[in-house]
Design a protein around this ligand. Structure first.
Ligand code: FPP
Length: 248
């Protein structure tokens, strides 16, 4: 297992995104209800935030609740919202102490109260923090994000605020929920599944993917450091040749 000292501080991914999968299976393996798996998963969230802040990751984005997760049994949805509420109650002060800014992406208006107000308060309170940006993807779907961006952009074109010929990749990205965030350098998915499940579809064009069988509730500092060490072994070519990359 990689330790912190084996991570090259000069080649850290600036933005790490995580699909936190495997809470249900963890609970099943421990003969517990799914909700307890999510509760244990919330502990891994705290560990991931602390580790990323400690080693100098600038942006951490966590897929906490997808659009599709609304389809889960109501008891599980309610429990996840409760966990989120508890997390916000307990962690916003810690974010202030650690100079972490909280942001969120997704169709936030569909998140019910009191979570939505607590989320907005947390984002507002931490908005001037600079050391790390923690983004929670909530009620988030990558295809919906692209559609929402198209709708808003087409509205601006129709109103004459921008010309259709001014639409390029940069302009389009400015309509996404993630406007202002750099694209992820590294995506980690726990839980042994090999898919991206409608997460950051536009933004992950050149992201490095790291999949691990470790279930999210078991995923702690050493697993994160191993993922980062793996990332540091890779050559990111962005469509160029190795030689071109080396010359750059
Ligand atoms: C996927 O595991 C996980 C989720 C749908 C929810 C993620 C939520 C947390 C980690 C806890 C709360 C979050 C915060 C930010 C406090 P799964 O249920 O799909 O697992 P399975 O595939 O094993 O069934």
């Amino acid at each position: 297992m990689k330790e912190e000292k084996e991570i090259d501080p000069d080649r850290l991914p600036s933005h790490v995104a995580i699909i936190m999968d495997g809470n249900g299976r963890w609970a099943q393996r421990h003969a517990m209800g799914r909700v307890l798996g999510h509760r244990k998963g919330a502990e891994s969230v705290r560990a991931a935030v602390t580790t990323c802040r400690k080693i100098g990751i600038r942006y951490l984005t966590l897929y906490a609740f997808s659009m599709e997760n609304w389809l889960r049994p109501q008891t599980e949805v309610r429990a996840l919202m409760k966990l989120l509420e508890e997390y916000l109650d307990e962690e916003v002060q810690e974010m202030m102490d650690q100079d972490i800014r909280l942001t969120a992406i997704g169709r936030l208006d569909s998140i019910g109260e009191p979570v939505l107000s607590k989320l907005r308060e947390g984002m507002d309170r931490t908005r001037n923090n600079k050391t790390m940006v923690l983004t929670l993807a909530l009620s988030y779907g990558g295809q919906d994000e692209i559609l929402d961006a198209c709708r808003r952009m087409m509205g601006d074109v129709a109103a004459g605020r921008i010309g259709a010929d001014e639409v390029d990749r940069e302009r389009f990205a400015s309509y996404l929920y993630t406007a202002g965030l750099p694209d992820p350098d590294l995506l980690i998915r726990t839980g042994g599944e090999y898919r991206i499940s409608n997460f950051l579809l536009w933004q992950m064009a050149y992201t490095e993917f790291y999949f691990t069988d470790t279930l999210w509730p078991d995923f702690r500092e050493r697993h994160l450091l191993k993922a980062i060490a793996d990332y540091q072994q890779r050559e990111r070519r962005f469509g160029m040749t190795s030689e071109q990359v080396r010359r750059k």
